[in-house]
Design a protein around this ligand. Structure first.
Ligand SMILES: Cc1ncc(COP(=O)(O)O)c(C=O)c1O
Length: 383
């Protein structure tokens, strides 16, 4: 019998859309993919070279369970130069992508029925991570007119003796919006009076900000965990490299989890991660400029077509557009758009009940493909 915990894991709907799109492609249909949250850029050459060199140099064995010291040092240098925050290599645990890092944090933090506050909409996988270790996600709706930012006063209302963490993600998947500095400060202040919840900050889209500036939660409080990774900023999704920066008291317990469940992250990829942090600056600037051009184009075209965008997204590579006037069932709508217009989009319901009626468009695709996708969508809507 399959365990209840496993049965309760929900599917990642955007993957269902992608799988149906792939099936159609096998039947010869041309699909424009705006559903997937994965950089279309090739991994920077300096990263690939470092990975190949690492293989040739014999970096094919286990590493220290926390990760290579040089990589952890490079991560600390990055946080110091980007945010002026000082963290030490013994606070960093390197993982195979940020997903295992999320698992480590909630495994170490939650007792049965402990609560974690998350926004609604949120990254689709968050509730599953929390529930799998017997915690309870407590959702707080965030609204289009606020740029989908948390209202700190709404968080306060939901705090209970069981609240162990407040989960933030800025820039956010699926909305592409940034939490303002003021709201981040107010959220960090919730972590100041003991016992207080930890702030868990998923900073995986940091660096992909086109207007304004992102802030690390560590600028405001150290009662926090930072989750980050190389997938998005460095176009390294398939290489699987991430990390968590944790309060010192949690490092040894999380290290034991890592030793038992994962042993260490991939040795050769860790070498590639050092190259990414030290040498890929120019590649990142180039990708960012291109994302920004696509972002501006996509926002203006979606508005022209009649989709609702109240506060323009300024980060990550997503536009979360209001399609409630077209359909209140985003799942059906996304699959209908796929079948009839041959454009893959992510249904808002994938990101929580408050995302219902929205569609998420990813601009991690070429401008030509985005143009074609928008034209197909316009025809579909005018049919
Ligand atoms: C907000 C957010 N966090 C974490 C992840 C997981 O990324 P990875 O495991 O590739 O580091 C994703 C992937 O889409 C994401 O959007």
């Amino acid at each position: 019998m399959i365990s209840k915990r496993t049965q309760e894991i929900t599917s990642f709907i955007v993957m269902d859309v992608l799988e149906r799109a792939n099936e159609m492609e096998r039947e010869g249909v041309h699909i424009v993919h705006l559903e997937v949250g994965e950089p279309d850029f090739d991994t920077p050459a300096c990263v690939k070279d470092a990975a190949c060199r690492a293989l040739e140099d014999g970096h094919t064995h286990y590493t220290h369970s926390l990760g290579l010291f040089e990589l952890r040092e490079a991560i600390c240098e990055y946080y110091l130069s980007a945010y002026g925050v000082s963290v030490e290599p013994d606070q960093v645990i390197v993982t195979s992508g940020s997903s295992p890092a999320i698992f480590l944090v909630f495994s170490a933090l939650l007792e049965k029925d402990d609560e974690v506050i998350i926004s609604d909409p949120h990254y689709a996988c968050y509730p599953n991570f929390i529930k799998f270790v017997q915690g309870r996600p407590v959702t707080i709706p965030v609204y289009e007119e606020d740029g989908f930012q948390y209202r700190p006063e709404s968080i306060k209302e939901k705090l209970t003796a069981k609240t162990k963490a407040v989960f933030i993600n800025s820039p956010s998947n699926p909305t592409g919006n940034l939490l303002s500095e003021r709201r981040m400060q107010e959220i960090a202040a919730l972590a100041e009076n003991r016992p207080a919840p930890y702030i868990v900050s998923d900073e995986i889209y940091h660096g992909l900000v086109y207007e304004g500036k992102e802030h690390s939660i560590l600028e405001f409080t150290d009662h926090a965990f930072v989750l980050n990774g190389f997938s998005k900023l460095f176009a390294m999704t398939g290489l699987r490299l991430g990390y968590v920066i944790a309060p010192k008291a949690f490092v040894r317990p999380m290290q034991k989890l890592q030793q038992n469940f994962f042993i260490s992250a991939n040795a050769m990829v860790q070498q590639a991660g050092i190259a990414a942090l030290k040498e890929a600056g120019k590649d990142v600037t180039r990708m960012k400029e291109i994302y920004d051009e696509r972002r501006r184009f996509m926002i203006s075209r979606l508005k022209e077509i009649g989709l609702g965008i109240t506060v323009e997204p300024t980060g990550a590579f997503y536009v979360f557009a209001n399609a409630r006037h077209i359909s209140k069932d985003s799942y059906k709508l996304a699959f209908d758009i796929l079948e009839k217009a041959h454009v893959g989009v992510a249904p808002g319901i994938d990101f929580g009940p408050n995302g219902e009626g929205y569609l998420r468009f990813s601009y991690a695709n070429s401008l030509d493909n985005i143009k074609e996708g928008m034209n197909r969508l316009e025809k579909y809507l005018n049919r």
